[in-house]
Design a protein around this ligand. Structure first.
Ligand code: SLL
Length: 258
């Protein structure tokens, strides 16, 4: 291996966005063992993926370790670049998958830890749940970020290279003796950042759209709504408790004060 420079690029921070998530289906489902292993009702895949319109993550991400629930054989699964960084399994229950991300050696960065709690059952609004059931597809993914502060000179070069967008390009002019040219086509805008609006349909996501700033705002808005509902039910729960306490007092029962 070439000696790497430990010199760092001062006052510079490089940010990379990517997705961590899972998809799940009720079994039987194409691509999964049929009949499924005993008691296994769900087929799922947990993954670390690039944004549909983002740079190649394998420029910085070289290895991903997924640690599954101890009920699985070989619970620790390691996937090396170029991936895909995913683990497909069948099972019956949800659990938190422990994920370790290992960076390119020239980065000089230690591995970082993330967790993804598998979602195997329909969630969201009634409408969303109905759609997930109809399509027999659950997708639970979120936007993740890593920040490289004052990257090493070598790592900076990798992270700013134009090559990392090649996977979004289409080969053009594959004529006799001609070298193919790589060009961006359609709505694909190369960017290490989230696009303002999602490109038409880059596929891959359950919702059929790409991650974008707009979509992210929608997700945040949805979470705020969910929070309101939760607050309201907590309030109600508190009122209920107060009411029960009052009734017990009326009945002359001692209430142990904590
Ligand atoms: C639950 N706390 O009870 C969770 C545990 C267990 C997940 C989930 C099967 C593994 C195997 C499996 O789905 N394990 O049989 O290989 O809901």
């Amino acid at each position: 291996m070439a000696p790497t420079s430990s010199k760092r690029v001062k006052n510079t921070k490089l940010t990379r966005h990517f997705l961590i998530g899972n998809e799940a289906h009720l079994l039987p489902h194409p691509g999964y063992p049929d009949p499924p292993p005993e008691n296994h009702t769900k087929g799922w895949k947990v993954y670390v993926r690039p944004l549909p319109n983002g740079p190649d993550i394998t420029t910085w991400l070289k290895k991903v370790q997924f640690k599954l629930h101890h009920t699985y054989n070989d619970a620790s699964r390691t996937i090396e670049a170029p991936g895909p960084f995913e683990v497909q399994e069948t099972g019956y229950g949800e659990f938190g998958v422990e994920i370790r991300l290992y960076f390119a050696p020239e980065s000089g960065e230690k591995a970082v830890y993330r967790e993804h709690y598998l979602v195997l059952a329909p969630y969201g609004s009634e409408e969303q749940k109905a759609r997930q059931e109809r399509e027999n597809l659950i997708v639970a993914e979120r936007l993740e970020t890593v920040e490289f502060n004052e990257p090493t000179v070598d790592f900076f070069k990798t992270l700013t290279s134009e090559d990392q967008f090649n996977w979004l390009k289409v080969k053009k002019g594959r004529g006799k003796g001609k070298k193919p040219e790589f060009v961006f086509e359609g709505d694909v805008e190369p960017s290490a950042q989230l696009p303002e609006k999602a490109a038409a349909d880059t596929g891959g996501l359950g919702s059929g759209g790409a991650w974008s700033v707009l979509y992210e705002r929608q997700v945040v808005a949805q979470l705020r709504e969910a929070e309101k509902v939760l607050d309201a039910s907590l309030d109600e729960e508190r009122r209920g408790m107060e009411e029960r306490r009052r009734r017990m007092e009326e009945l002359g029962m001692a209430v142990a004060a904590k």
